[in-house]
Write a protein that binds this ligand. Structure first.
Ligand SMILES: Nc1ncnc2c1ncn2[C@@H]1O[C@H](COP(=O)(O)OP(=O)(O)OP(=O)(O)O)[C@@H](O)[C@H]1O
Ligand SMILES: [Mg+2]
Length: 602
């Protein structure tokens, strides 16, 4: 997925669109944040009153003089009043900050969760080949880390930026009202800061983008190694994998250091420029006090305002910088969301309640990568209720055939039809409901055995789950476990043997009452006796359903009405009577009689 650099305006528009449902909440946060400016402007006023009016006995400023009347003439009373005012302002400011953070967390976390859920749902919709190509970790990083950029841009970016701009304008107005010369001096640093941040923006954005790519790749190593730990251990490659991880991590550290250096240098410059401005204000301020143009209280007030003025200026400069890093994250998250699904839903799907089960391939060509053809001009027709064996050398494309029937991918040419209708005309959930699939490599979830079986039909009763397990010849094994059906099977079913996983996969298919059954080597990991028992159950299950069985053993195919022979990307269709010919054509290794299988040794 290319992360295309977009213009800031385009990105901002997109960000607003994605967060549209939360804009009222964010608006509330902004209003509360804006309140902080008048509160901050009021904070140094009691100090000014204390110095000028209480200590030096100067008259109070006009509106206060008429409000306070008698109090103004008594310094002790005035001091108490000034102290009360100071406490009141402090309390108001704390309350503002409390409500603001509550509303911020409430809004931003919901915004983030909602955005992440949409990304997750979209990742689920993307085709298997997309995930094979990109790797799951990159998607994980985009959902988990990059998605936070959306929240950041609003809560830590836009709101502080708007608040700072408001604070800047208001404070500037107040400072200019108090003293034009000092106000203009303070303002002189603004263009310098503006030019500085503008110049560094592109560099920071591209560095952040690169850092994110490398962090995601480093995470990928952990995920890959932990996923195939058995192999790593068996070949004693732990140290090599650690070195690979450390090397990738090291380049992340280098990048982050470079980014921190750039960011830190910028921070240093910003603060230094602000300090220059503040020093100039101090210089002119003290001169004015000495010349009698300003009172000490006024000078303290102006200095306090000027440092308040610099706070938003610094925020504005720093935030525009961090914003670049976050925009790089937002770009990556949006790129995932914009990734088109390779198996698109039809605009107006054909209704499909329960299929009869007629499957037809019409001149189907398919390739995973667009270069090497896996299937070429495949055509066959399977009537409803037929039992179809699929045979062929390993890697011939048998699993790929079933992959196309369930629309995990679409043919490059030709069409796959169910009940005479192109699969692309049905809605994907409707279509998938027609299939019960036992995968070649059974995949279980890290939950209980019962829940794993019920994955096919979550509303199934316990009796139905048990019946399915009995049919798959796994019930006795399950009840022999200390926790029975409540036994947790570990990640991907790691605590079970291959044959046990396969039979749980079968039970799952048994439970799903679907008109088409696909069994991809359903008994490859079990012994001959168990296989015979399972095949008996499969026989029963096949009644009235179209069934595809991929098998390498002859006896599994005995019950088939039709055999599809896959060879060099082409499919030859034959009846059960042609089995001898198929056996001869494929060779013993590929289509071995049961006597030569693993079970025969027992
Ligand atoms: N996700 C994928 N991306 C790219 N190529 C793939 C992918 N899956 C399978 N292939 C290739 O497509 C070809 C057919 O694979 P397929 O899994 O259909 O074979 P199969 O007949 O089921 O083999 P087996 O008997 O070993 O299960 C193989 O050459 C394989 O390398
Ligand atoms: Mg296969």
């Amino acid at each position: 997925m290319p992360v295309l650099p977009r213009s800031d305006t385009q990105l901002v528009r997109r960000l607003l669109w994605e967060a549209r449902a939360y804009l009222p909440g964010l608006g509330g946060v902004l209003l509360l944040e804006l309140l902080s400016t008048p509160l901050a402007l009021l904070a140094p006023v009691p100090m000014k009153l204390a110095v000028d009016s209480v200590i030096h006995g100067r008259p109070l400023p006009q509106p206060l003089r008429s409000w306070l009347g008698g109090v103004a003439s008594n310094p002790a009373e005035l001091l108490l009043w000034v102290c009360g005012l100071s406490l009141l302002f402090a309390l108001a400011s704390q309350l503002q900050s409390l409500f603001s953070s509550l509303l911020t967390v409430h809004t931003s976390q919901r915004l983030l969760l909602d955005f992440r859920s949409r990304l997750f749902r979209h990742a689920e919709d993307l085709s298997l080949s997309y995930h094979t190509r990109k790797g799951t970790t990159d998607t994980l990083y985009r959902i988990q880390t990059d998605a936070t950029s959306l929240e950041w841009v609003f809560v830590d970016g836009a709101i502080p930026l708007l608040r700072s701009s408001f604070a800047l304008v208001t404070t500037l107005y107040v400072v200019l009202r108090l003293n034009v010369k000092i106000g203009c001096t303070a303002l002189a640093i603004v263009p310098v800061l503006f030019l500085l941040t503008r110049a560094t923006r592109p560099l920071l954005r591209s560095q952040s983008r690169e850092l994110k790519r490398q962090e995601s790749a480093t995470l990928g190593i952990i995920q890959e190694v932990l996923g195939v730990l058995r192999v790593v251990k068996a070949f004693g490659q732990e140290e090599r994998e650690r070195r690979r991880f450390t090397a990738a991590g090291e380049s992340c550290v280098q990048r982050r250091l470079r980014l921190t250096l750039a960011d830190g240098t910028l921070g240093l410059l910003i603060n230094f420029i602000a300090a220059l401005g503040l020093t100039a204000v101090l210089y002119f301020g003290v001169n004015d006090v000495l010349a009698g143009v300003l009172t000490i209280g006024e000078m303290l007030l102006i200095s306090s305002y000027v440092s308040q003025l610099y706070a938003p200026l610094k925020t504005l400069s720093r935030k525009t910088v961090s914003l670049q890093a976050q925009l790089a994250g937002a770009e990556r998250a949006f790129a995932l969301l914009d990734e088109p699904s390779e198996v698109p839903e039809p605009a107006v799907p054909k209704p499909l309640e329960r299929a009869r089960g007629a499957v037809e391939f019409q001149g189907v060509c398919f390739s995973y990568d667009g270069k090497r053809a896996v299937l070429e001009d495949v055509s066959f027709h399977v009537p409803p209720g037929a039992r179809v064996g699929i045979v062929g050398r390993t890697g011939a494309g048998k699993t790929t055939l079933t992959f196309l029937m369930t629309r995990f991918g679409d043919p490059a040419q030709g069409a796959v039809l169910l009940d005479g209708v192109d699969l692309r005309e049905y809605s994907i959930p409707d279509l998938r409901r027609q299939f019960a699939v036992v995968f070649q490599e059974p995949v279980l979830f890290a939950t209980t055995i019962a829940e794993n079986i019920a994955y096919a039909r979550p509303e199934a009763e316990m009796e139905e789950i048990v019946a399915a397990a009995q049919a798959a010849n796994i019930h006795d094994f399950i009840v022999g476990l200390p926790d029975g059906y409540a036994t947790r099977v570990g990640e991907r079913g790691a605590s079970l043997s291959g044959g046990e996983r396969q039979r749980i996969g079968l039970a799952r298919a048994f439970l799903r009452d679907a008109p088409i059954l696909i069994l991809d080597e359903p008994t490859s990991s079990v012994d001959v006796r168990t296989e015979a028992l399972i095949m008996e159950a499969v026989e029963r299950l096949m009644e009235g359903r179209t069934t595809f069985i991929i098998a390498h053993r002859l006896n599994t195919l005995d019950a088939c009405d039709l055999v599809l022979r896959v060879e060099n990307g082409r499919v030859r269709c034959g009846g059960a009577a042609t089995m001898d010919e198929i056996t001869a054509g494929i060779g013993e290794g590929d289509l071995a009689p049961a006597a030569s299988s693993k079970g025969s040794a027992l």
